[in-house]
Design a protein around this ligand. Structure first.
Ligand code: GUN
Ligand code: FE
Length: 461
């Protein structure tokens, strides 16, 4: 590929490379990347590398390449409810809106129809790695993994563990049944890629829904499972809503905090993904930082279900890994671009509330998030949270080419991004294009989506 490339580096910087030549090998990994190559030199460079002319794919002036988005938290079955039922707070929302819908996934035809369109929609929104919750159903969640695999997306897929405090019509009969089904799902997903030498695209993930819905024996068995299988990631919810936290503390009176509940069962690890974390106490943040667990920041959902505003800046100052999550259908958008926009607003809310109070010593607490930080959270930060930082989230030799070709021209049909790329050229123009994409882009701007080098989606797919 020859053209503009945006490459996140760390929480405070990214590379904007207007005339970049980027080579992707047959295995779908980046082979090399040369900055600032003159138009006229491209052919010569290709000659030197021994490549044929027709393997160079030039980008348009209004296009750039960036790493694919990483959604560290979403619920595939809840796409059935997207944009509805948002008048409730979490516990009512679960019992009135969510559980009745999730129970329908006992019907495999319904599941197939739903999941096919859900996965397509998520890929076309530019999400190249996605952490999915299914329902409690084994068969429907196997189907979800099959569909993701056939579409070529990188993903973690879990079936919810939930054996108590749920309605009679939507609860697992016992901890043993929940573990049996979980083990069957793990075997099924691992069999999809049995002769793969590298980390497969689709992987299983343990998904205790949240502490309230899991009995102590169930949490203990899940803890045992990960002890013998360190590559297994875990995803769950934490400290999202005040009533939820109160009930959790009542159910686990021996634990000093919500985070300690998971920790006491061996479920707080460096590959645990904790969604929300809106109301954590300082000592819980210490514990999470110590264990190296990551947080999925789901700002749209946090506003939408009136849960609160997560102090992301403080997490970052404490060295906690943070990625973004859409949390459909607590959140009403399947797009990580929407999460970026709402994450920016959420940080501004925190900063406005902190005005007049003593400034903190950190770089991020009580401040708005820069474009570099937002880009990082949407890509490399998510990769860290998923324990995939060596493989995805940015471009470097040996990393997978999980990438987007973004088009910010008004021809794409998004009138919000209008006239860019024409007035200026070079690094400043590219930085401007990235900012406008992050703040007012949507799926109309995602022209091509690549995962492991393969074209799998976008408006031009
Ligand atoms: N806590 C337990 N289950 C859920 C869920 O489905 N969505 C959200 N946002 N929080 C939860
Ligand atoms: Fe959620």
């Amino acid at each position: 590929y020859y053209g503009s490339v945006v490459n996140p580096v760390n929480l405070t910087s990214f590379q904007a490379l207007p005339r970049c030549l980027l080579a992707v090998g047959a295995t779908g990994c980046v082979e090399w990347l040369v900055e600032d190559v003159e138009d006229a030199l491209v052919r010569e460079t290709m000659g030197r590398m021994g490549c044929l002319d027709n393997v160079v794919i030039p980008l348009k002036e209004t296009e750039f390449i960036m790493p694919g988005f990483i959604d560290t938290h979403t619920h595939a079955p809840q796409f059935r409810n997207i944009g509805s039922g948002q008048q409730y707070e979490l516990l009512d929302w679960l019992s009135i809106v969510t559980f009745p819908t999730e129970t329908k996934f006992a019907d495999l035809d319904f599941a197939r129809r739903t999941y096919s369109s859900v996965v397509r929609r998520i890929i076309n929104n530019g999400t190249t790695t996605c952490c999915y919750y299914g329902t409690l159903h084994l068969e429907a969640t196997k189907l979800l993994a099959d569909i993701i695999k056939s579409y070529g997306q990188r993903a973690f897929v879990g079936k919810c563990n939930m054996d108590r405090n749920c309605p009679d019509y939507y609860v697992e009969p016992s901890a043993e049944a929940s573990i049996d089904a979980t083990e069957s799902l793990i075997s099924h997903i691992r069999s999809l890629d049995s002769n793969h030498t590298e980390e497969p695209l689709v992987q299983p993930i343990l998904t205790p829904r949240f502490a309230i819905s899991c009995s102590p024996p169930l949490l203990a068995s899940l803890g045992k499972l990960v002890l013998s299988d360190s590559s297994l990631r875990i995803q769950t919810h934490i400290s999202e809503n005040e009533s939820e936290i109160e009930l959790t503390k009542e159910l686990f009176p021996e634990c000093p905090s919500y985070a300690h509940v998971y920790d006491s069962f061996g479920l707080l690890r460096s590959n645990t993904i904790l969604a929300h974390a809106v109301h954590l106490e300082p000592h819980e943040m210490d514990l999470i930082a110590q264990r190296g667990a990551g947080i999925s920041h789901c700002p749209t959902s946090n506003f939408n279900l009136s849960s609160g505003v997560a102090p992301v800046g403080e997490f970052l100052d404490r060295g906690i890994k943070v990625g973004l999550g859409t949390d459909v259908s607590g959140g009403y958008s399947p797009s990580i671009l929407n999460s970026v926009q709402t994450a920016s607003i959420a940080a501004k809310v925190v900063a406005m509330q902190a005005k007049g109070s003593k400034p903190t010593s950190g770089n991020f607490s009580d401040r708005q998030l820069s474009v570099a930080t937002l880009l990082y959270l949407a890509t490399l930060g998510g990769a860290e949270v998923c324990d995939l930082k060596e493989r995805v989230g940015s471009f470097a030799p040996g990393k997978s080419f999980d990438a987007l070709i973004v088009n910010v021209s008004d021809k794409g049909g998004n009138p919000c991004i209008w006239g860019t790329g024409e007035e200026e050229k070079g690094k400043a123009a590219l930085e401007g294009m990235l900012e406008r994409l992050l703040f007012c882009g949507d799926d109309r701007n995602i022209a091509r989506v690549f995962i492991q080098g393969k074209l799998v989606g976008g408006t031009e797919f």
